[in-house]
Write a protein that binds this ligand. Structure first.
Ligand SMILES: CN1c2c(nc(N)[nH]c2=O)NC[C@@H]1CNc1ccc(C(=O)N[C@@H](CCC(=O)N[C@@H](CCC(=O)N[C@@H](CCC(=O)O)C(=O)O)C(=O)O)C(=O)O)cc1
Ligand SMILES: N[C@@H](CCS)C(=O)O
Ligand SMILES: [Zn+2]
Length: 763
């Protein structure tokens, strides 16, 4: 019986890769130094996995920016605009800088090169770079990193199992530039996959893992046919000594049983955490040689597994399949923090309930011990540990939370009046111009601000001094906005480490870590809170900052909150009660904050829900249930206010065609969305739906250092005004500005304000 792993977090337990990347981008270290950090991390992670008994080490899971982008490079599908040219005008080979250009864009104004689109990887908080594919395009091997990594792992004495997204998922996640069917590219794509498999075989690889998470979705007959075509083609053309492990994850593939069980692959990985019934279904249809990789340890959460119970469940199959049963996490461990080793501040009772990536490998090792070892005393120790942990699981029930939830009535989820009445009351109170300008909330989180927080955390700075300095930053942020001429201001979120973690720190039933970092995109990481008990608000969380900022100006300053659905999705949540119940608990905590902000005289309150779309189940048949509870939780948080208090929400990285009815049902007075990279085509859905409330379509991409010109913004807003009545429109960037510098933000926002003036004259 083998222990296998699907992928390991790449960022490093102390975020070494993040710091090296950012130093490299700032020109402070050489590419060699960056690569040295990458090599050290790879070697360390391979070694940890080997020590935990992982026999086939995943390779290709490491990426300097994004593994999907690496695959796009391997396949020679990086757009021309991101490729460097030599003095003679010839396109240079793809290197790390090419990838960084693709991911981050380059240049300013007229010379600017737009980054590739970035979007959520399935229903995770990981973002990938979307490949742009053209009709009739060809593919070839053009980037060597995965082959180099195989060699590197071998030189260190490991047996690598290269991991690649499978051809169907790659196509599915790509975007078709122009009007053509992406599946027309499958045949040329398969030719390159064949060449890649050939290269692996020449390197002495015996197993390759092809990830097809798209199988968790309900696929049309054409996409199902693409799966059959791909794996038949690869089976027919692969070197005999190379075995293919087809990996599914992020959901059950039971609905594709007849499709998948026919595929001529040598191994199949199942996410049994999402649906354990797949075990019987697929094990009964395995051929006599096929391997089953059982994804039994949750790769999407941080709670220690009940491996004694898992062992009981697997035992009959372990006896039947013997060495054809592999033990694995449900999916790549990319979504979990690296290791508990660095956590020194967690309570002992919470600590013992946890397992991060490194500890999950140990769980697999213990599970294998339970299934195969004859050492009864060690086995008993493992079982005892599990039982003690279960009985120690603190009863975190808070009866006040339960009572409040039972007292909710339909009115708790509904504003007092319809939108028309509300917006007219708000116009009267706020008196804003046509096309009001605003921002999404955060302003640059400078090294100075982060440094202050670090000194405060380590005790080098008193709370009083920390507060005083942040007040200065907030004052400066308000003054800059006034100077720029924005209509609706924000306080800038300088006091927040993160839009979710900041709130979690003041919520009962929620814990947080020191180093539980998870990669969000590129060098950017988040530290998801741990929801372990019933959630309620300990004390007001934002009121002081909102009031302080509002005291500095006559212009409205938006109160800024994160919504219940987003707090839930971007946390590691308990698994003993339904998610919708947790969402309502958080909604009540936010509702209390909304009420306090209104009471304190804040007339616009923004409740961000950027994870609303991401929470959508992969299977369409489960969407309606999700929409019902997610919309209800948002409305519960927002509906406490009077008609003339304006509720905004914000969503980024979203497509709206499958969620527009739910978005409209949320009934926010204003929604700001990311639209600039789509050139406003995302608004088509709002137009078609005749979305009734106000909308602020993002006019520039905040992930890129590029500064939009007045003309760029006017063009985009003119396009927006062709789709949405101008009286409903606001002007704002795509998302918060925390990752940008003031040098980028100030000229960009000046252009936003200037463009608004041009547009107001026009309309
Ligand atoms: C809007 N987005 C968010 C998502 N998920 C969230 N949970 N939060 C989000 O905001 N998902 C979708 C998108 C993803 N986008 C981003 C954008 C930016 C970041 C980001 O900038 N992350 C920061 C970490 C933020 C944080 O928690 N900072 C802490 C700790 C700061 C720190 O590292 N300090 C260093 C010292 C640094 C110094 O001296 O300069 C230290 O302690 O050693 C804080 O501010 O206190 C990042 O750096 O990656 C994430 C997602
Ligand atoms: N208010 C947050 C939203 C990010 S999605 C910000 O501005 O950073
Ligand atoms: Zn956003």
């Amino acid at each position: 019986m083998k222990i296998t792993n699907l992928g390991f977090p790449r960022i490093g337990s102390q975020r070494e890769l993040k710091f090296a990347l950012e130093q490299y981008w700032r020109g402070e270290i050489s590419q060699e130094a960056l690569v040295a950090v990458g090599n050290t991390l790879k070697a360390r992670h391979w070694q940890w996995q080997a020590e935990a008994g992982v026999e086939l080490i995943p390779v290709g899971d490491f990426a300097y920016y994004d593994h999907v982008l690496d695959l796009t490079a391997t396949l020679n599908a990086i757009p021309k605009r991101h490729r460097a040219v030599d003095d003679l005008g010839n396109i240079k080979p793809i290197d790390l800088d090419t990838l960084f250009t693709a991911a981050r864009g380059k240049g300013h104004s007229a010379q600017q090169v737009c980054a590739a689109k970035m979007t959520k990887f399935f229903n995770t908080n990981y973002h990938y770079q979307v490949a742009e594919l053209h009709e009739g395009q060809t593919f070839s091997i053009a980037y060597e990193q995965i082959f180099d990594d195989v060699t590197q792992a071998q030189q260190l004495g490991h047996t690598p199992k290269p991991v690649l997204l499978g051809p169907v998922t790659f196509l599915h996640l790509s975007t078709a530039v122009g009007d053509f069917d992406k599946l027309s590219l499958l045949t040329p794509l398969l030719t390159v996959y064949q060449q890649i498999l050939q290269r692996f075989a020449e390197q002495g690889v015996t197993w390759v893992q092809l990830d097809e998470p798209v199988l968790a979705a309900e696929l049309s007959p054409q996409w199902q046919q693409a799966i059959t075509q791909s794996y038949t083609n690869l089976a027919d053309n692969k070197p005999a000594e190379l075995n293919i492990l087809l990996a599914s994850y992020y959901g059950s593939i039971a609905h594709h049983h007849s499709l998948v069980s026919q595929l001529p692959v040598q191994g199949l990985h199942l996410d049994l955490v999402s649906d354990s019934s797949q075990l019987d279904l697929f094990s009964n249809s395995l051929t006599a040689e096929q391997v089953l990789s059982a994804g039994v340890i949750n790769g999407r959460n941080v709670w220690a597994a009940d491996i004694d119970l898992i062992a009981q469940q697997l035992k009959p199959l372990a006896d039947k399949l013997a060495d054809r049963l592999w033990l694995a996490p449900s999916c790549s461990l990319l979504h979990t923090p690296v290791s508990l080793d660095s956590e020194t501040q967690l309570s002992a009772s919470l600590y013992e309930q946890l397992a991060f990536a490194k500890q999950k490998l140990t769980e697999l090792q213990d599970l294998k011990g339970l299934l195969t070892s004859n050492d009864h005393s060690t086995k008993q120790q493992i079982i005892n540990r599990c039982q003690t942990r279960r009985s120690n699981k603190a009863a975190n029930a808070d009866k006040h939370v339960a009572t409040r939830l039972t007292k909710l009535t339909p009115d708790s989820f509904q504003r007092q009046s319809c939108f028309e009445q509300r917006i007219s009351a708000q116009h009267q109170k706020l008196n804003l111009p046509l096309l009001p300008t605003t921002t999404i909330g955060s302003f640059p989180q400078t090294a100075a601000i982060r440094g202050l927080r670090k000194r405060w955390r380590t005790g080098d700075l008193s709370s009083q001094e920390y507060q005083r300095q942040l007040e200065q930053v907030t004052k400066d942020t308000i003054e800059r906005q006034l100077k720029i001429g924005l209509d609706v201001l924000v306080h800038g979120e300088a006091e927040r480490n993160d839009m979710v973690e900041y709130f979690a720190q003041d919520l009962n039933g929620v814990g947080f870590t020191d180093f539980g970092w998870v990669q969000s995109y590129g060098s950017r990481c988040v530290k998801p809170p741990l929801i372990f008990g019933d959630v309620s608000r300990e004390k007001p969380m934002t009121v002081e900052w909102a009031c302080y900022a509002q005291s500095l100006t006559e212009k409205p300053v938006k109160g800024m909150l994160t919504g219940p659905v987003t707090i839930l999705h971007w946390s590691f949540a308990r698994e003993d009660i339904p998610r919708e119940q947790i969402a309502n608990q958080i909604a009540l905590a936010i509702r209390d904050e909304v009420a306090d902000l209104e009471q304190a005289g804040i007339s616009i309150i923004q409740i961000d829900e950027p994870a609303f779309r991401e929470g959508l189940p992969i299977k369409q048949s489960q969407w309606q249930h999700y929409f019902d509870w997610a919309v209800a939780a948002f409305k519960l948080s927002a509906s406490v206010v009077q008609d003339n208090t304006q509720i905004h929400t914000h969503m980024c990285y979203s497509e709206f065609n499958d969620s527009i009815t739910a978005i409209a049902a949320m009934d926010a007075d204003v929604i700001t969305i990311e639209t600039s990279r789509s050139q406003m085509t995302l608004l088509d859905t709002f137009e078609y739906f005749q979305y009734p409330n106000d909308i602020g379509p993002g006019v520039y991409d905040i992930h890129s250092p590029n500064i939009p010109s007045v003309d760029d913004i006017v063009t985009l807003m003119t396009r927006a005004a062709e789709k949405i009545p101008v009286k409903q429109l606001w002007i704002n960037p795509d998302c918060g500005l925390k990752t940008r510098t003031w040098d980028e933000v100030e000229p960009a926002l000046k252009n936003v304000v200037e463009a608004a003036k041009v547009l107001r004259r026009q309309y």
